[in-house]
Design a protein around this ligand. Structure first.
Ligand SMILES: Cc1cc2nc3c(=O)[nH]c(=O)nc-3n(C[C@H](O)[C@H](O)[C@H](O)COP(=O)(O)O)c2cc1C
Length: 193
């Protein structure tokens, strides 16, 4: 079985370290045989979650597009920046809006439910954004995703990537490989249930 895996960073910043990590993860997953789609959340702009807005205008089209795309996948790899030891607003806002989608053309659609997710983080600091991943993990579990244990947190990110976009340090490369392998293994295990 070829797992379908969506990869995106939780940052739209120009030169984002997490975009670099997402690219390296997409490469590793492709080499391992996954059918990878890589996107940028910049292509799915969303307003700040606002229940009055949802009541007035419904769920934004971009949230519905993302929900449809996510629901088509077996798994996701998310590369998440850490903001003040926690989940960055872009990612939280995206998770929240997508969680508000419950139907599509009258059919039930719960995009996060049952998705297998692997997490990565990258920061130029020494803690590698690892503290934020506790919160990302918790939020995603609470919307019904299944998060694999292995994760890849890259410290000193401004010097961590080689010119061809790979992780230069062997320990970082092993962490990414383990997270990607676990993601693929869990996607296959879920599909075989
Ligand atoms: C509001 C804010 C809070 C931040 N807090 C943290 C933090 O707690 N830990 C950390 O390692 N970096 C922190 N940073 C720095 C980010 O890790 C850094 O901006 C990083 O490059 C963001 O990821 P990106 O390169 O993918 O955009 C913070 C940045 C901002 C803007």
């Amino acid at each position: 079985m070829t797992p379908k895996i969506l990869v995106f960073p939780g940052s739209n910043r120009e030169g984002s370290f997490n975009a670099s990590l997402a690219a390296a993860a997409a490469h590793a997953l492709t080499v391992k045989g996954a059918d990878v789609t890589r996107i940028s959340l910049a292509d799915y702009p969303l307003p700040i979650m606002d229940e009055d807005l949802q009541k007035r205008d419904g769920v934004p089209e971009n949230a519905l597009k993302l929900a449809r795309l996510i629901a088509l996948q077996d798994g996701l790899f998310l590369a998440c920046p850490e903001y003040n030891s926690s989940i960055p607003p872009l990612l939280k806002n995206t998770i929240d809006w997508v969680s508000r989608v419950s139907t599509d053309a009258g059919r039930p659609l719960r995009a996060w439910r049952g998705r297998v997710v692997a997490l990565g983080s990258a920061s130029d600091g020494q803690f590698a954004g690892i503290r934020g991943l506790y919160h990302v993990r918790s939020v995603l579990m609470n919307v019904g995703a299944q998060i694999v244990t292995e994760q890849c947190s890259v410290s000193r990110a401004s010097t961590a990537f080689t010119e061809d976009g790979q992780l230069g340090d062997e320990r970082n490369a092993r962490m990414l490989d383990a997270a990607c392998q676990s993601l693929i293994d869990h996607c296959r295990a879920v599909a075989n249930r």
